[in-house]
Design a protein around this ligand. Structure first.
Ligand code: HEC
Ligand code: HEC
Length: 364
C-alpha cells in the first residue's frame, strides 16, 4: 500500500498553508438535524434518503468530510468554509475565499433542501448531488485539489480507510466520495417556518408579516418564480443582475447553448434568506430592502429581461412588510405561538402540552 501512495504524494505535493487562513466552522449539528425526515411546508419524503446501514455509514463519512480541510489543496478550506451551518449553510461574503487567497466566481448559495432541487448550481450545470459535490474539490478557486490526490490522502489515512470501508467501498474511490458527500447534503432539510405554520393553520403571523405575504402573492409578483415548497420554481430567469450596458452574462446559456438562456440564473430558495446577505449570484445587492426595491423598479434593463419581472409601486412601509415576511421565512422550529385572539399575558392554560414538531430541530 505504502509503495503506491508515496509516489502520488511526491507528484502532487502539498502547497504550504496560507498564514492567515480564516478559522474553520465547527460541526455544530445534532443528529436529529440529519435524520433525513422532512419538515412542515416541504414534501413528505426527502428524495433519495434511505435508512440502511450503508446509508448511515455514508452519512458519517460525508459529515466528517464536509468539515475537514483535507479536501482542499493547502488544507485551509472545508466545504463548511463556504457553507457554514451558523450562516444557513452559506456565508456573508459576496464571493467567499477559496484556497491560496482565490475568491469564488460566484456567491455561495445555502445548501439545505437541495434534495428537492431539479438541478444544482446557479446555472444548473450539475443535475445530481453526486455530480455536484465533486466539482468544488477540483475547482481552482475553491478547493483546487485534484481528485486522485484526494483519494491518495484518504488511502494514507487509516481512519478514513475504515470509514470508506464501512460504506461498502473496498478502497476510497470518486464514487464512494461523491455518495458520502451527497448523502450528507441531501439530509440538510429546512422547513417549519412561521410562514409554513400560518399556511397550515398551525400558527400566526404579525400583521406586518401578513401584509408582506399578501404583497408577495399579489402586486409584487414574487410567487411567479419563488414558488413551491422551497420558494423556487427550479427554473432559470433573467432579472438583469450581472448584465452590463444592457448585455446579459452567459449564465444558463453556457450550459444549454440556447440563446434564450442568456442572463438566466436559477431561482434560489428564500428560506433562511435573512441570514445569507449579500444577495444574488454575484452578491451585488447588500440587503433585502435593496432586493425589494430592485424588483419594484422592474429589475435591470437588458435585451432578455424575463417578462415576469414587472415594475410596481411600493411604499417604504410595504418594503418593510416584505422584508418582515422574508425574516419570518428565515426562522425555523419556533416555539409554538399562543392561540390566536387571546391575550397571551393573562392566559393560564392548565395541563397544556405544547404541540412539538415530529423531529426537534435546532434553528439554523
Ligand atoms: C470556496 C468556497 C466553496 C467551497 C469550499 C465549497 N463550495 Fe459549494 N458552492 C460555492 C459556490 C460559490 C457555489 C455556487 C457556484 C456556482 O453556482 O457556479 C457553490 C454551490 C454549491 C452547491 C449547489 C447549491 C445550489 O443551490 O445549487 C452545493 C450543493 C455545494 N456547493 C456543496 C458543496 C460541497 C459538498 C462542498 C465540499 C466538497 C463545497 N460546496 C465546497 C462555494 C464553495
Ligand atoms: C422572474 C422570476 C422572479 C421573480 C418574479 C422574482 N424573483 Fe427573486 N430571484 C429570481 C432569480 C432568477 C434570482 C437569482 C438572480 C441572480 O442571482 O442573478 C432571484 C433572487 C432573489 C433573491 C436573492 C436570494 C439569494 O439567496 O441571493 C431574493 C431575496 C429574491 N429574489 C426575492 C424576490 C422578491 C422579494 C420578489 C418579488 C418582489 C422576487 N424575488 C421576484 C427570480 C425571480
Amino acid at each position: 500500500m505504502r509503495l503506491t501512495i508515496l509516489p502520488l504524494l511526491l507528484v502532487f505535493g502539498d502547497v504550504p498553508p496560507l498564514r492567515d487562513a480564516p478559522p474553520l466552522p465547527k460541526d455544530t449539528l445534532d443528529d436529529a438535524q440529519l435524520s433525513g425526515v422532512s419538515a412542515l411546508g416541504l414534501p413528505d419524503q426527502v428524495p433519495g434518503v434511505e435508512s440502511t446501514p450503508e446509508a448511515r455509514a455514508r452519512l458519517e463519512l460525508g459529515r466528517k468530510l464536509f468539515f475537514d480541510p483535507i479536501l482542499s489543496k493547502d488544507r485551509t478550506v472545508s466545504c463548511a468554509s463556504c457553507h457554514d451551518p451558523d450562516k444557513a449553510f452559506a456565508t456573508n461574503d459576496a464571493r467567499p475565499l477559496g484556497v491560496g487567497g482565490e475568491r469564488c466566481d460566484r456567491n455561495s448559495p445555502p445548501i439545505f433542501n437541495r434534495a428537492f432541487g431539479a438541478t444544482q448550481f446557479w446555472d444548473g450545470r450539475a443535475s445530481t448531488l453526486e455530480q455536484q459535490v465533486l466539482m468544488p474539490i477540483e475547482h481552482p478557486h475553491e478547493m483546487a485539489l485534484p481528485l486522485p490526490e484526494a483519494l491518495a490522502r484518504f488511502a494514507a489515512d487509516p481512519g478514513y480507510r475504515g470509514l470508506f470501508a464501512a460504506t461498502g467501498a473496498p478502497e476510497p474511490t470518486n464514487d464512494a466520495l461523491a455518495a458520502a458527500l451527497a448523502e450528507f447534503v441531501r439530509r440538510l432539510v429546512v422547513g417549519d417556518s412561521p410562514i409554513d405554520r400560518f399556511r397550515a393553520a398551525k400558527g400566526t403571523l404579525t400583521p406586518q408579516e401578513r401584509r408582506g405575504l399578501w404583497l408577495w402573492e399579489s402586486k409584487a409578483g414574487c410567487w411567479k418564480c419563488h414558488a413551491g415548497p422551497n420558494f423556487s420554481d427550479e427554473k432559470f430567469h433573467n432579472t438583469g443582475i450581472g448584465s452590463k450596458d444592457g448585455v446579459p452574462e452567459a449564465a444558463r446559456f453556457a450550459v444549454t447553448g440556447d440563446e434564450a438562456d442568456r442572463g438566466a440564473w436559477k431561482t434560489p430558495t428564500l428560506r433562511m434568506v435573512a441570514k445569507t446577505a449579500p444577495y444574488m449570484h454575484d452578491g451585488s445587492l447588500a440587503t433585502l430592502d435593496e432586493v425589494v426595491r430592485f424588483y419594484a423598479r422592474g429589475g435591470n434593463p437588458n435585451a432578455q429581461l424575463d417578462a415576469k419581472v414587472q415594475p410596481f409601486e411600493i411604499s417604504d412601509d410595504d418594503v418593510a412588510a416584505m422584508v418582515a415576511f422574508m425574516d419570518a421565512l428565515s426562522r425555523s422550529g419556533d416555539p409554538p405561538p399562543p392561540p390566536e385572539e387571546t391575550d397571551a399575558e393573562e392566559q393560564v392554560v392548565p395541563n397544556a402540552a405544547p404541540a412539538a414538531p415530529a423531529v426537534k430541530r435546532k434553528a439554523l
